[in-house]
Design a protein. Structure first.
Length: 364
C-alpha cells in the first residue's frame, strides 16, 4: 500500500547489456531526466569522453543529435504492474547491440541459456564489465536525483507529445475515420488532448521556477506529480476515484481496465492485444476495432452491436481521463492563515470532479 501511494518511479533493468548502445524506454514524465544523466558516465571506448559525447559521435548526427527515448513501455519485464496497474512511472534502462557495426544481429546468442555465465560476460561480451558499470552508474545517478532533489524532476509536456503523435497515427491509419463511420464524434477527443497540452505546459512552467517556491508549495507540487500517472488508469464507473483513494488511503479493488484485459488499466500507453512486449498509444481503440472487423455478420449481429457499444464507451473513457489529467495539473491555491496557526488549502479537485461527472453524463 505504501508503494502504491508514495511511489515516485520504478527503475527497471532486466537485460543490462547486449551491446554498448543505450536504448532506454521510459514513461513520458521521466524522459527528460535520462539523457542529461549520461553526461556523468564514462564512454565504453574512451574514458576521456563522457557517454553522451561518445553516443553523439556514434550517431553521426553531430549537433542534430537527439537521443530517442521510447515512451512505449512493454510488459516483458518486472516493471509492468507498476505502470499499467498501479500508475507509477517507470524507466527501463538497457544497452543494446551496435546495429551499425553488426546490422544482422538481433540479440546475443547465449540469451537465456546455460552458457550465459559470469566468465562469458567478462571475457567476451563486456570485458572488465565496462557497460555493466555504466548501467549501474546510470541507475544510481537517476535514483539519486529522484530521491535527493527537493522538487521532483518530472515533466508533463512529453505526455502531450505522446498523445498528439498517437492521435496522428490513429488518423493516418484510418482509425479516426472508422470511428466517424460508426457515428462517433472524435472532436471531443482531439479537444481534450489540446486542453491537456495547455495544462501540461502551464504545470511545467510553474515547476521550472522552483527557486521562488515555498517549502509548502514544493510539497503540494510533489504530491501532484506523484499522483499524476494514476489519472490515466481506468476504473469502471469511477472517473474520480484516484482522488478519492489518495484521500482515503485505500487501494482500489476493481475488475476493469482496457477492454477484455483487466491487468492493463493505463489507457494512454500500454501493450496492444497483439504485442505484449511492445507498446502503443491508445491501444484499446485498435484492439476493439480489430475485434469488430473479425465479426463475420455485421450490423444485424448482437456481437457487432455489443462491440460498437464498447468502442463508444472507450472513446468516452479516453476523453474523460485526459480531461481528468488536465484538471489534476491545475494549480492548487494555498491560503496562509495568520499567526502561524496553520494553512488552508483551496483545491480545484471538487470542481474538476463535478466537470468530469457532467461530461460523462452528456457524452454517454
Amino acid at each position: 500500500m505504501r508503494t502504491y501511494f508514495r511511489g515516485v518511479a520504478y527503475i527497471n533493468t532486466d537485460v543490462c547489456m547486449s551491446g554498448p548502445i543505450l536504448e532506454p524506454v521510459a514513461s513520458p514524465t521521466l524522459m527528460d531526466i535520462l539523457v542529461p544523466a549520461t553526461k556523468d558516465l564514462f564512454s565504453p571506448e574512451d574514458e576521456t569522453k563522457n557517454y553522451y559525447d561518445w553516443w553523439k559521435t556514434w550517431s553521426e548526427e553531430g549537433d542534430n543529435f537527439d537521443p530517442e527515448v521510447s515512451p512505449f513501455v512493454g510488459s516483458g519485464s518486472d516493471h509492468a504492474s507498476f505502470i499499467f496497474y498501479a500508475g507509477i512511472p517507470v524507466l527501463d534502462i538497457m544497452f543494446q547491440e551496435d546495429r551499425k557495426r553488426y546490422p544482422d544481429i538481433g540479440g546475443y546468442p547465449a540469451y537465456h541459456t546455460g552458457f550465459e555465465t559470469f566468465d562469458l560476460v567478462d571475457k567476451v561480451y563486456d570485458a572488465n564489465f565496462t557497460i555493466f558499470g555504466a548501467c549501474a552508474q546510470l541507475n544510481l545517478r537517476i535514483g539519486l536525483e529522484l530521491a535527493e532533489t527537493e522538487l521532483l524532476p518530472l515533466k508533463m509536456e512529453p505526455y502531450a507529445t505522446v498523445m498528439e503523435n498517437g492521435a496522428k497515427v490513429l488518423n493516418e491509419t484510418g482509425i479516426l475515420q472508422k470511428l466517424t463511420d460508426l457515428q462517433i464524434d472524435t472532436s471531443f477527443f482531439i479537444e481534450a488532448i489540446q486542453e491537456f497540452r495547455s495544462a501540461a505546459e502551464g504545470f511545467d512552467h510553474l515547476t521550472s521556477g522552483s527557486n521562488s517556491l515555498s517549502e509548502l508549495e514544493i510539497r503540494v507540487l510533489n504530491d501532484q506529480m506523484r499522483g499524476f500517472e494514476k489519472t490515466f488508469l481506468l476504473y469502471e464507473g469511477e472517473y474520480y476515484s484516484d482522488i478519492q483513494h489518495l484521500v482515503t488511503k485505500t487501494i482500489p479493488i476493481c475488475h476493469s481496465g482496457l477492454p477484455d484485459r483487466i491487468q492493463y488499466r493505463h489507457v494512454i500507453t500500454a501493450p496492444s492485444l497483439f504485442d505484449a512486449y511492445g507498446g502503443a498509444a491508445f491501444p484499446g481503440l485498435g484492439d476493439l476495432l480489430y475485434k469488430l472487423e473479425q465479426i463475420p455478420v455485421r450490423e444485424v449481429s448482437e456481437d457487432y452491436t455489443r462491440v460498437v457499444k464498447q468502442i463508444k464507451k472507450h472513446v468516452s473513457d479516453i476523453m474523460i481521463i485526459i480531461k481528468r489529467a488536465s484538471h489534476f495539473l491545475r494549480p492548487i491555491k494555498i491560503y496562509h492563515t495568520t499567526a502561524n496557526s496553520g494553512v488552508i488549502f483551496q483545491s480545484n479537485l471538487f470542481f474538476s470532479t463535478l466537470i468530469i461527472i457532467l461530461t460523462a453524463y452528456f457524452v454517454n
